[in-house]
Design a protein around this ligand. Structure first.
Ligand code: AP5
Length: 218
């Protein structure tokens, strides 16, 4: 299975990607996580990406496409792309790379969420600085305040989750993400999922979509 997850910042792509990767045995590729790791390690890629991320803007297509191509070359089985593609240009480059490898996409899951709900989710998000696990102060609080349930590491707010930056990220999502979705709709790959529900309910909706072809074939 080869999947793309679309949706605005805060739609729960990362939350659902972790669960779906585990449920279907897929490699989870998050371009945002790869950039954040590079920023933390102070690499050249990290220094280049950081100024765009902190402004809520997209990292230029050529940088992201090169990085994803290299990542996909190292993956033999199924994968799930979280945060990529984000522009029609990135989608075209992905389509060319996958068609060259004879591994076309299986489906695109589009998580729909109202902008104001997304804003509230991001304002309360806390991420483990050690293992990357994601929590929410109100909707998914850790057992101990400021401490990761998974590894005991410290929880912090992402630098691009400041309200003004989030508003810019949401605006950028509509500028580039809406045409991108249309591009995938033309290819008959999009399955819309209402993401305004609990994480368990959203996961069940995604599972229903992904298991439908298997059930139909039985
Ligand atoms: P990236 O890291 O991809 O961020 P994003 O797309 O803005 O998405 P988020 O990670 O903010 O949200 P999410 O949908 O994963 O939500 P989450 O599950 O965490 O990108 C960051 C930056 O990197 C970009 O702005 C750009 O600069 C750059 N970049 C990355 N990819 C790029 C690309 N392809 N091209 C160019 N630039 C690129 O959930 C959010 C919160 O809500 C959490 O606290 C969670 O606990 C909570 N939550 C989740 N689900 C629910 C639910 N159902 N109910 C209640 N709360 C929930």
């Amino acid at each position: 299975m080869r999947l793309v997850l679309l949706g605005p910042p805060g739609a729960g792509k990362g939350t659902q990607a972790t669960r779906l990767a585990s449920r279907y045995g897929l490699t989870h590729v998050s371009t945002g996580d790869i950039f954040r790791t590079n920023v933390a390690q102070g690499t050249e890629l990290g220094r280049e990406a950081e100024r765009y991320m902190d402004a809520g803007e997209l990292v230029p297509d050529e940088v992201v496409v090169r990085m994803v191509r290299e990542t996909l070359e190292g993956i033999d089985g199924g994968f799930l792309l979280d945060g990529f593609p984000r522009t029609v240009g990135q989608a075209e480059a992905l389509e060319a790379a996958l068609s060259e490898a004879g591994r076309p996409l299986t489906a695109v899951l589009a998580f729909d969420l109202d902008d104001e709900v997304a804003l509230r989710r991001l304002a309360g998000r806390r991420t483990c600085e050690r293992c990357g696990a994601v929590f929410h102060v109100e909707f998914d609080p850790p057992e101990g305040e400021g401490v990761c349930d998974v590894c005991g590491g410290p929880l912090a707010q992402r630098s691009d989750d400041a309200e003004e930056t989030v508003r810019r990220r949401i605006a950028v999502f509509h500028e580039t993400g809406d045409p991108l979705r249309g591009w995938y709709e033309e290819r008959g790959l999009v399955h819309a999922i209402d993401a305004d529900a609990t994480p368990d309910e959203v996961f069940a909706r995604a599972e229903a979509v992904l298991d439908a072809p298997a059930k139909a074939a039985r």
